[in-house]
Design a protein around this ligand. Sequence first.
Ligand SMILES: Cc1cc2nc3c(=O)[nH]c(=O)nc-3n(C[C@H](O)[C@H](O)[C@H](O)COP(=O)(O)OP(=O)(O)OC[C@H]3O[C@@H](n4cnc5c(N)ncnc54)[C@H](O)[C@@H]3O)c2cc1C
Length: 495
Amino acid sequence: MKALVMGGGMAGLATAINLLDLGIEVELVEADEIFGGRASSWKDEDGDMIDNALHVFFPYYANLLNFFNKMGIEKNILWKQTEFYYMQEGGKDAVLRFANLPAPFHAAVAFGTLLKSYTGVPKWKLLFTAGAMGGAVMYSDRKLEKLDEISFGQWLCRRGPKDALLPLEPGINGLTFTPSWMISAKVMINWFRKVAADPDSARVGFANGGLGDIWVDTCLDYIHSKGGATSLKSAVTAINLDGTKVRSVTVNGEEKTADLYVSTMSPYSLRRVLPKEAFHYEYFRDLWHFHYAPSLSLQIWFDRKLTDVDVTFFSNKCIFNTYADLSNVLPDIFKGGSMFEMVLSPADNIEGLPDEVIFDIAIEQIRALFPVAREAEVRKYKVVRERQGVYRAYPGMEKHRPYQRSPIDNLYLAGDYTKTHVSSGGMEAAIWTANHCAELIALDKLGKTHSLNVEWKPKKGLTPFLKPATQVGAALGGLALAKGALKLLKASRSE
Ligand SMILES: Cc1cc2nc3c(=O)[nH]c(=O)nc-3n(C[C@H](O)[C@H](O)[C@H](O)COP(=O)(O)OP(=O)(O)OC[C@H]3O[C@@H](n4cnc5c(N)ncnc54)[C@H](O)[C@@H]3O)c2cc1C
């Protein structure tokens, strides 16, 4: 049996590996000139490492970590302290530092430390943020599902003042490339429940090298060692149907055939290459619900050190939101001065600007946040525009994400935008969907059960006791009130 995998990003390479492990012959075609898709890196004309964008890993990426373990590359993730730095005007930082205490106290302490120095909004407003997020940690999965109907901004505004959102905004923008008033409440609360689940789950991991360097070549070696074929600059331009089956796929003008076909291309690419009869299925019409949430990546090399922080920075009201000084994260690679790698998102209103203008805005904002940068010289900068974006997870989008098994008998889909409960996108979603796709193919085409995906389970901590404790507290309070009222009634009757 032969499979043709379309797209060589994380989902494509993982799908190819999974299918080869099932004994299926694999050919993978990638339109780009490098493999790795959005999780890739390359060297520029000076030999400097360019990441497609700053990527972070989390300990709850259970399936990605299993995949890296299987490839023997788990050590390529550098795990850092569980802390985030908010940089504010004039070099004043505020730190969200998670304590090594059972959940939810680890998060309460972190919030307490942030409260001390965060000046973006008055402290009393932040208490609403803490209250709302604390409550959300206790939400059931069913309640979470319903939250896909409203935006996170709407959800939070029902629980506190509008600007109480401010400290959460950089994280929301960095993860989803979307403002809080546009992003599904489910998406954000799902993420928050995970990072707040235990002291370890907010820990951030960085690639120990170029983002693509840490995983792409190992995957390609594995594929080739098992007889798989891969090719670059091989764009799929048409998927050709014969009734309810794919007959062939056109790649660079040539028809390629296989027994089964897996698309790991973006929804925008896929809907362009499907034949018109495919859109009689609602399943494929759903692809037209996907809109692109744009991002850019900016790398700036300075002639001196600006910071000694080796974790993630957040900043409000800048064109960047999440960033890191890679000279501290990867000191062996970035020597001699700071190298800031920054995610610029939502990039709707800046992606059309020339690189020089984007840099000028960013450097002015950096100088306001890091006074030492005012003296520093910029050695060079690079705006990365290719391989960007995620889909915009508006409220209501969950129901449009396509399941990995399509209505076409021999066509399957994988990729971070396809249906998964793990998240609305990201590397864990890419691996989860690649695994599920192979699980379905094993069942449908080989008649066997093949389990790849695992469920991430947080350490329980004390969070499970919070809901019963608040319910018992409320019941006791109610009882005390009722007793008091009864006493008053008796006293007034006896007068
Ligand atoms: C700025 C930025 C920051 C990010 N930060 C994080 C992060 O911190 N943590 C995290 O988990 N995730 C992050 N992500 C998301 C992460 O990169 C993606 O979720 C993941 O790489 C998706 O993999 P994929 O294989 O599903 O899709 P892709 O990587 O997009 O792969 C799809 C592949 O299909 C190919 N293709 C498209 N059309 C065709 C065609 N017609 N023919 C053949 N091939 C085609 C493309 O060239 C591409 O290689 C970030 C993304 C960006 C852009």
